[in-house]
Design a protein around this ligand. Structure first.
Ligand SMILES: Nc1ncnc2c1ncn2[C@@H]1O[C@H](COP(=O)(O)OP(=O)(O)OP(=O)(O)O)[C@@H](O)[C@H]1O
Ligand SMILES: [Mg+2]
Length: 504
């Protein structure tokens, strides 16, 4: 079946030649207009890539991109030259990739191909995540896999370091050859050395036979040195020698042994700090850190949590032979806000226990153990960028703002999800102070059949204002005086806004 591309019609002069180019290159294509229902279109077309040809900041495009992300579909946004900094846009738009217009159709086709390959890579490696940091990690894996240089993977416990190490091996020309993992923290020093380098018969008491070490076993393949930050000074020296010359001696041996091994190392310590503390040799650090991958903690890429949760539920329900419908929105929201000190591993383990233990066919908030249900208040420590003013630990206003922003983001996501379920009608409901949107929504739907304003993820305040004014004008059949009254603004202000938003 040909790969499928969904192209938005916002910029027809781009969309039309693009469509022809994709078809010419053997893809099957479909068009999306601003008037189409995004959720239904995505379900029906099931595209491999969504291409936003223009109006990328408009609500319908942002909504489409967000939906695509939730369905693990890549999005390519074509930006106007007037759009500012690319990286920032990618983050804000929630798209997978951007290109600056004018875009040669063939280049867009090539980029879409790359995105499809990256998606396949995710399927092959099991690395889930649409967040910018995970996409970056995938790009790095693609770049690093073909060569044999040493890779250092850093990240907190449970962030997926081993998964990434295996992915590098599987994508490298060494696939099919051994992948040997050694947990350097699990063994005392002397045992670790004989484990890594092997030993000769009689090298020490109990060494009844010659034994090959992991480096020899990994010959022509990859050795994964996990918890590298924990190795002793003497093993550090030996490892340095192997990295420099690819030769070593078995314990008790006199013959140098040469191997062709790719080294991938991982640590949950910040190795540079260990170097500054004098606990890790700097020369070894530089030898290991030829190529570097950092896996951020889950709390710094919360947008990946719903994807991980859904995927884990599906996988684990199948594994444990349980029919499961999924998870309630409330439960999902709690999982998204939890602090996850044990990162993806902790999340996976929790889902596994809930899939096994939950009494119903759905994970509900009440199924989540209380120690996880600590909500946004336990998000700390929040890692602030070093350039942020007022970053002293505990700057309370700053913390408060961060938490409020996060809360708001979650509420918006909740709205978006509900919008997908009932795309036709979302009421704008006035909230008393301190009321959360989710609370109101779970209290029955509050519908009164009145005029409605469609909120979509990514809308700016101006978008919301524009939509509200449009709704009020519709409701009062263009009577501006009434509309202004209801909106609580002066008639002159309303006129100004109607002009500014081109609502005439
Ligand atoms: N991005 C991801 N997508 C899917 N599964 C993931 C992802 N990251 C981690 N996991 C899963 O989480 C679990 C922990 O991952 P992994 O063992 O690779 O972490 P780690 O960083 O090596 O942890 P540690 O430092 O404790 O050894 C595994 O079951 C892994 O499959
Ligand atoms: Mg590990």
């Amino acid at each position: 079946m040909p790969d499928r591309i969904l192209i938005t019609m916002d910029d027809l002069s781009t969309a039309v030649p693009l469509n022809a180019a994709f078809e010419g290159a053997g893809f099957s294509t479909a068009m999306f207009s601003a008037l189409d229902d995004a959720a239904r279109t995505v379900r029906r077309e099931n595209p491999d890539v969504v291409v936003l040809t223009g109006a990328v900041h408009e609500p319908h495009a942002l909504h489409l991109a967000a939906l695509a992300r939730d369905h693990e579909i890549s999005t390519l946004a074509l930006l106007e030259p007037t759009d500012s900094e690319r990286a920032e846009r990618v983050g804000r738009l929630g798209v997978t990739e951007t290109m600056m217009k004018p875009v040669a159709p063939d280049d867009a086709v090539a980029t879409a191909r790359r995105l499809i390959e990256r998606r396949r890579l995710q399927e092959r490696t099991g690395i889930i995540g649409e967040s910018a940091p995970i996409q970056e990690v995938l790009v790095k894996i693609e770049q690093m896999a073909p060569v044999s240089s040493t890779v250092l993977i850093q990240g907190e416990s449970g962030t997926g370091k081993e998964l990434v190490a295996k992915a590098i091996h599987e994508l490298s020309p060494r696939r099919g050859k051994p992948f040997i993992a050694v947990n350097c923290a699990a063994l005392p020093d002397t045992l670790l050395e004989s484990e890594l380098f092997g030993h000769e018969k009689g090298a020490f008491t109990g060494a009844a036979e010659r034994r090959l070490g992991r480096f020899e076993l990994a010959d022509t393949g990859t050795i994964f040195l996990d918890e590298i930050g924990e190795i002793s000074a003497s093993t550090q020296v030996k490892l340095l020698r192997v990295l420099e010359s690819r030769t070593f001696f078995r314990v008790g041996g006199t013959q140098p042994i040469k191997v062709d091994v790719r080294v991938v190392a991982a640590t949950n310590r910040t190795l540079r700090d260990a170097v500054s503390l004098g606990e890790f040799r700097d020369d070894l650090y530089y030898r290991l850190n030829v190529l570097n991958i950092y896996l951020p903690p889950l709390r710094e890429r919360r947008e990946d949590i719903p994807l991980l949760v859904r995927r884990f539920i599906r996988e684990l329900a199948r594994e444990h032979d349980r029919t499961f419908r999924g998870i309630t929105p409330e439960a999902m929201q709690r999982l998204v806000t939890a602090s996850w000190p044990g990162n993806v591993r902790q999340l996976r383990n929790l889902i596994e226990s809930m899939v096994v233990l939950a009494p119903g066919q759905e994970i509900r908030a009440s199924d989540i153990p209380p120690d996880i249900l600590d909500g946004p208040s336990s998000l700390l420590p929040v890692r602030l960028p070093s350039t942020t003013p007022g970053r002293e630990a505990g700057a309370p206003e700053f913390e408060f703002i961060l938490r409020s922003l996060l809360d708001l983001k979650l509420q918006v996501e909740e709205l978006r999800r509900r919008l997908d379920e009932h795309p036709q009608r979302v009421q704008v409901i006035e909230l008393a102070d301190h009321t959360s949107v989710a609370d109101v929504l779970t209290d029955g739907d509050g519908a009164d059949g009145q005029s409605e304003v469609l909120y979509r993820s990514g809308m700016t305040m101006a978008d919301v204002e524009k939509a509200t004014i449009e709704a009020a004008l519709r409701e009062y059949r263009g009577n501006r005086r009434r509309a202004a009254e209801v909106l609580g603004i002066g008639e002159r202000t309303l006129y100004r806004k109607i002009k500014a938003y081109h609502l005439e």
